[in-house]
Design a protein around this ligand. Structure first.
Ligand SMILES: NC(=O)C1=CN([C@@H]2O[C@H](COP(=O)(O)OP(=O)(O)OC[C@H]3O[C@@H](n4cnc5c(N)ncnc54)[C@H](OP(=O)(O)O)[C@@H]3O)[C@@H](O)[C@H]2O)C=CC1
Ligand SMILES: O=C(CO)COP(=O)(O)O
Length: 347
């Protein structure tokens, strides 16, 4: 029951679903039941009827028609282990977190398929700040499940279609996709590009530079998505360019905000007043770059963020160097063999 989980519970409840909203802290669940709000993550945002906050995971999952998983990506493997004994076979699982697992290079759907086999796994992703979504501002997102055939060999888009219909309301518009890889890559990479945009803004670079980063960031998403078996065109949709535009335009974004503060010269410890805030792009800067290097995809903006965050590179000089790279053609050509992360060479 963090900010995005609570917002999604509001969306589902507003569209008429009965929602059990799980969180690990009973005290917060009890406060939410009593006050109808989540004071820790979405203060001053009343929750609609139909949401039952609980800290009992078995109860939360009992009889669920679908499960939205909204932990930070770094907690996802652990969370899958907690969920395993309580999930009914075949329950669709939709990942609402954004990232790529560090060290394995797994897309989060690969991780969940490994930990929780036998479930359709998809993703819900897009330009969706939690508070705006919970307050009912018109919001669109993408729900992606891989295309499958039914036992009768008929096209089966049912998890994506059913969840989209279940979640849709006057203010929330979920589009359907069968390109899970493309959707997941967009969600992971956009956070790294948002840190880059923030860093540049904080360091005093101007709007032209930010627009260039956003556009070239889309190119980095495209080549990574395609190399992993996704579609380039997915990256131009809500989960790619849409989310990138949102995240790179506002310090409401924690990723953009971290970048701005680092660009202004703060240390990491000084950012967010020392609070432990979920900034997925910090981990993704490492996991995306490690993955890209392993499969031979060039992602210079992500490399720049990685160098600053992990190698102690000088921020201003790194961005000067980014502009001094050899001139390339636009768009980039890509000639790569498709490879599953599990079969990839070590870095
Ligand atoms: N906020 C947003 O606008 C959006 C966020 N997302 C994505 O959603 C994901 C979650 O982010 P968000 O909701 O913003 O984060 P928040 O910081 O708002 O909430 C994090 C939630 O995860 C819980 N949590 C943390 N670690 C664990 C763990 N090990 N086991 C169980 N629960 C855990 C926290 O519980 P506790 O309070 O007990 O620590 C809290 O409920 C991220 O991947 C983010 O990118 C996607 C779209 C929009
Ligand atoms: O993913 C988000 C909006 O779509 C939230 O962005 P931040 O995690 O940067 O706050």
């Amino acid at each position: 029951m963090g900010s995005w989980g609570t917002a999604l519970a509001s969306v589902a409840a507003a569209s008429g679903r009965e929602v059990r909203l799980w969180g690990r802290r009973e005290a917060l669940a009890e406060t939410m039941r009593r006050t109808g709000q989540n004071p820790d993550y979405l203060p001053d945002t009343p929750l609609p009827d139909g949401i039952e906050p609980t800290s009992e995971l078995a109860y939360a999952l009992d009889g669920a028609e679908a499960v939205l998983i909204v932990t930070p990506s770094s907690s996802l493997r652990e969370m899958c282990g907690h969920m395993r004994p309580h999930l009914a076979a075949g329950t669709p699982l939709a990942l609402c977190c954004k990232g790529i697992e560090r060290h394995t290079g797994y897309l989060l759907s690969h991780l969940v398929e490994e930990e929780l086999p036998g479930h359709p796994v998809g993703a819900l992703s897009g330009p969706t700040f939690a508070r705006e979504t919970a307050l009912g501002h018109p919001t669109a997102a993408t729900i992606a499940f891989e295309f499958r055939y039914t036992d009768r060999l008929e096209p089966d888009r049912s998890p994506a279609a059913r969840l989209s219909v279940s979640m849709s309301s006057a203010s929330f518009r979920p589009y359907m996709s069968d390109d899970l890889v493309g959707v997941e890559v967009g969600g992971a990479v956009k956070n790294v590009i948002a840190i880059a945009c923030g860093m540049m803004t904080g360091a005093g670079f101007a709007e032209n530079t930010r627009a260039a980063l956003i556009t070239r960031g889309i190119d980095e998403m495209k080549v990574l998505a395609e190399a992993l078996g996704g579609k380039r065109e997915t990256v131009t949709g809500l989960s790619g360019a849409g989310d990138l535009t949102l995240t790179c335009s506002s310090t409401t974004s924690r990723n953009m905000s971290l970048g701005v503060q680092l660009g202004e010269g703060k240390t990491r410890a000084e950012c967010f007043d020392g609070k432990d805030v979920v900034v997925e792009g910090e981990i993704s800067a490492a996991s995306v770059v490690e993955l890209a290097r392993r499969i031979g995809v060039s992602m210079p903006i992500c490399e720049a963020v990685h160098a600053i965050l992990y190698d102690g590179a000088n921020l201003d000089q790194t961005f000067v160097d980014l502009w001094a790279r050899p001139i390339e053609s636009e768009p980039r050509a890509l000639e790569l063999e498709l490879v599953h992360p599990a079969a990839m060479p070590e870095a």
